[in-house]
Ligand binder design. Sequence first.
Ligand code: ADP
Length: 450
Amino acid sequence: MKQKINLLIGFSSVVLIALIAMQYYLVKTSYDYKVAQFHTEIKEKISKITNDFTDIDSTVMSSKDIYYNRLLKSYIKDTNFKSELKTKLLANPYRDVLTELLRRKINLEFPKNKIDFAVVTNKFIVFNSQQKADTIFSEKPAIGNILYGNLASLDNAFSIRNYVGTSIGDSNYKLLTEETLFVSVKNWEQIILQRMATILILSVFSILILITLFVIAIRALIKQKKVSDVKTDFINNITHELKTPLTTLSVSTKILERKEVQENPELFHSILETINRQNTRLQNLVDQVMSNSLGIEEIELQKEKVQPNLLVKTIVSDFELAYPNVKIQTEIVFSEITLLLDKFHLTTAINNVLENAVKYGCQNISIKTSLENSTFSIGIQDDGIGIAKSKQPLLFEKFYRVEQGNVHNTKGLGLGLYYVDQILKAHKGNIKVVSDLGKGALFTISIPSA
Ligand code: ADP
């Protein structure tokens, strides 16, 4: 069964991880798609306003053409001008005007986004009459080749479009230029995330629900398994406990049937006594199961005004008489407080804890009472075998015993502490344990006065 649960946990974990990975893949794909969609949107809009730069300002654009022509002519006149040409091109006189014009236009089109842009030059090629290209420069788009715009880097920018232009220097020379417009949208990640909010929230929510359901199911399964183990143990225990008296009773009745035994009154009486003893043992076992397995809703309390200190004192002195070999130390503080308690049930509950201390190997018991914040507490500390921390969560469950399986050094049905817990709950109080294996155990019973 344990192996099956482990297998189930392993398998479900793998499925859960696969589902999370799938969800991640879907979200990532949808993110990439949204990014591409966003770029297309921006591209389309910006392309529209920058299709033809003459829309922006025809005078500036024509002055730009004139400038290119001038550069071309200077080059035709003196090819040594080649080295200076790029610097002159980048330090063009229309840079500020065009930057400002384009900025205004973009701002008008995208009032909600902050968009930076740059137009960089990539190619400046002069053809002579023999169509022989004289490449002045041809480079990959770089921010260093910015003609105009307000972008400081191309890192987060994306290209909108290329502009290829030609101009004629004279009958022998032609010029070919290529420029690229780059834009970068500030906080574009945030914009995409906002657009994906529903998908993100739904997927995180569904994954969380799935994990929660998984944890609840596994916990319920483990608890079920523990409860079922505990019940099997109880059945084994009780059958074992019933077997001895039943066998003795059956053997004794058979002996009684014998004539020679019937004729011997002494032997006859001794067998009768054995039958009686076993009968009482059976009766006690049944009583123990009947009374100690009552749940809180089935317990009917007969409450009366009791001075708890006095009650504890009486229980301790009766206990000392019953177990003369156990050393008991008490620290019972005097107080006038009276509580409404069921004397019978509470006495049985405290006795259960004291008897457990003896049953589980103690030599010394120390009993302390205290009254704090109108709550009366009794601490019962023993120096017995103690209880491992891992075993404590189920300690007050019905039929739970620390020693499980069929290996039991001490007899018991696992009902004592369950009964104590139920009685205290019926008094609106509680019982807590502090212990560790080999370090004794401290059981603290608390009952509120109100
Ligand atoms: P039972 O004693 O019949 O087994 P209880 O409900 O009284 O059942 O106790 C549950 C389990 O708690 C016991 O089986 C025992 O292992 C552990 N236990 C209870 N009291 C003590 C104690 N004082 N010291 C060590 N173990 C204890």
